[in-house]
Design a protein around this ligand. Structure first.
Ligand SMILES: [Zn+2]
Length: 553
């Protein structure tokens, strides 16, 4: 009994709250901020003393900053739970950041929070285990053995205030010693602050929670309340079905129709008359789904981007619906992000199409389930309908899980969830195979619509939500802050197709649109182009942003 407690005594660390916080701050400054230091020291020469001085100043700033922030909210009772949570959170954060070179800004945090189980399983790599043992389990063991030294409260308060002032002085001192270099660095790379760990994810989490709380309190602002069917829509006797396919993570650079050397869109390329209209140079609104998706259906896009306004307002779907367009959102991914709130929606996983779903994921052909029946029903009643198909597309990192075996055409392909285990060639092959499958899904959709074109006029508009990095400049996946993201994450494929009857009923001269497709376009065009195509009149419509404006009478 006596021996055991003596042994425990030997492995107990007696520390004050401040000593413990200082240790934790030092630990994270040295272990969790590799990406921040790399980015900050990128253009410097390692052999120069000034580089080392700068690096030391940055480390001191990181330590002092985290000490200050934590000392403000820690006391004898909260310090250990707080550190335990941060130790685990930081270990996950650094793994995620280092694996995919991501910045933990509010948008990225929003993405992480919306990650579903199937997605998380793919992001989980076995490499995570040694990382967690070293950066979470080991520090937790040490933390467990810490006994907080008690001080009389008056003395404790005096020490705390004194040390807070000291930390602030150290922070300011370190900052001033490298002020010029540091301030120009931060001015040119504002987003670099989102590499400062663990402050980055705590800050972003708070920002997301605040925005959420504000957004939840208010209902969406109605837009386009004046929406009405235009003369062409009112006079339409044959049903018109517009199918908008929202792609996922397809990038323009690997799209055969854009001139990519590999045949990633053979079926679309083969579609004879009428051919698909391929838009060669299309810019996305965001670099991740959470940003792009709401933006694609908003009257203001990237040109006047304002996240809270877009998230707080209704979407194109509500406007069209108000004018009498039947709307359905069919989802094979993570939902419509509020775009279809209150409107008819289906999740393909719930429809459970035979042979297409496993482990909580469905292949994109599931989106086409029951399409023939839907066309038959549409044929029975005149009117305009918009069907949105939200793909799983090229959702990474497990590109190889996105298609059935028949589409494993480019080999060898990466078959790991952990991309770092594969060569660039294998990663690109898996990615291209997934594109090949999207090509097939789109071609099948068009063929089905073509078969029904005697009864229903139809238009297809396919566009991806954002692009992807496949290891270029050591970047993977997507979601880099827009200002610094490479074009590969911002250039997306887009195609349109009109049945012969639809060209007549929408009044679009497809040869003219074919010429327009050679010029640049953006997600910003979608809202106004779809208003134009369906012929819904509203004051929100801006003709300049309608891709068909010069191709209709
Ligand atoms: Zn996406």
């Amino acid at each position: 009994m006596f021996e055991a407690s003596k042994a425990r005594e030997r492995f107990t660390l007696n520390l004050t709250v401040e000593q413990l916080l200082a240790l934790a701050s030092l630990f994270w400054a040295l272990s969790a901020n590799r990406l921040f230091l790399q980015a900050a020291l990128k253009d410097r020469v390692a052999s120069e003393p000034a580089t080392w001085g700068f690096a030391v100043a940055l480390l001191v700033m990181l330590g002092a900053l985290h000490f200050l922030l934590m000392a403000l909210v820690s006391n004898r009772w909260t310090v250990k739970p707080l550190l335990a949570v941060l130790v685990v959170g930081t270990a996950f954060a650094t793994h995620f950041m280092q694996s995919f070179s991501v910045y933990l800004d509010p948008t990225m945090l929003r993405n992480v929070l919306r990650t579903d189980v199937a997605e998380a399983r793919e992001l989980f790599a076995w490499r995570l285990i040694p990382h967690l043992l070293l950066f979470a389990v080991l520090p937790l063991l040490v933390l467990w053995r810490v006994r907080i030294v008690r001080r009389p409260w008056l003395r404790a308060a005096a020490v705390r205030v004194g040390l807070l002032l000291l930390a602030a002085a150290v922070l300011v001192g370190a900052l001033l010693s490298v002020f010029q270099a540091f301030s120009s660095l931060m001015r040119n790379n504002k987003d670099m602050r989102y590499l400062i760990t663990p402050a980055n994810y705590v800050w972003s989490l708070a920002a997301v929670a605040t925005a959420q709380a504000k957004g939840a309190a208010k209902p969406r602002v109605a837009i386009g309340e004046d929406a009405q069917p235009g003369p062409r829509m009112a006079a339409r006797s044959k049903p018109l079905l517009v199918v908008m396919v929202v792609g996922e993570t397809a990038r323009a650079a690997n799209w055969q129709l854009n001139g990519y050397a590999k045949a990633t869109t053979p079926e679309l390329a083969r579609l004879g008359t009428p051919p698909v209209i391929n838009f060669k140079d299309v810019t996305s609104c965001g670099t991740n789904t959470e940003t792009s998706l709401p933006c694609m259906f908003a009257p203001i896009g990237r040109r006047d981007y304002e996240e809270s306004r877009i998230r707080g307002s209704q979407s194109l779907l509500h406007v069209l619906n108000r004018a009498g367009v039947g709307v359905l959102w069919r989802d094979n991914q993570s939902g419509c992000k509020g775009v279809c709130e209150g409107l008819p929606q289906e999740e393909v996983l719930q429809l459970n199409p035979p042979g297409l779903c496993a482990d909580g994921r469905c292949l994109d052909e599931a989106l086409l389930m029951g399409l023939d029946e839907r066309l038959k029903a549409a044929a029975a009643k005149p009117g305009t309908q918009l069907l949105v198909l939200h793909q799983l597309g090229n959702h990474g990192p497990s590109y190889f899980r996105r298609f059935p075996p028949a589409f494993k055409r480019f080999t060898p392909q990466c078959e790991h969830d952990d991309l770092r285990k594969c060569s660039t060639e294998e990663i690109v092959n898996a990615y291209d195979n997934a594109l090949l499958y999207t090509d097939h899904v789109l071609a099948r959709l068009i063929q089905q619509l073509q078969a029904a074109q005697g009864q229903v006029d139809s238009v297809v508009l396919y566009v991806s939500d954002h692009g992807e990095s496949l290891g270029e400049n050591n970047l993977f996946l997507h979601g880099l802050p827009y200002a610094i993201a490479p074009d590969l994450q911002k250039r997306v494929p887009m195609v349109m197709w009109f049945s012969a009857g639809a060209a007549a009923s929408t009044g679009v001269d497809t040869a003219c649109l074919q010429r327009r497709a050679a010029q640049s376009a953006a997600h910003d065009h979608l809202f106004h182009t779809l208003l134009g195509l369906t012929d819904v009149k509203t004051a929100l419509y801006e003709k300049d942003w309608d891709l068909t404006k010069d191709c209709r009478p």
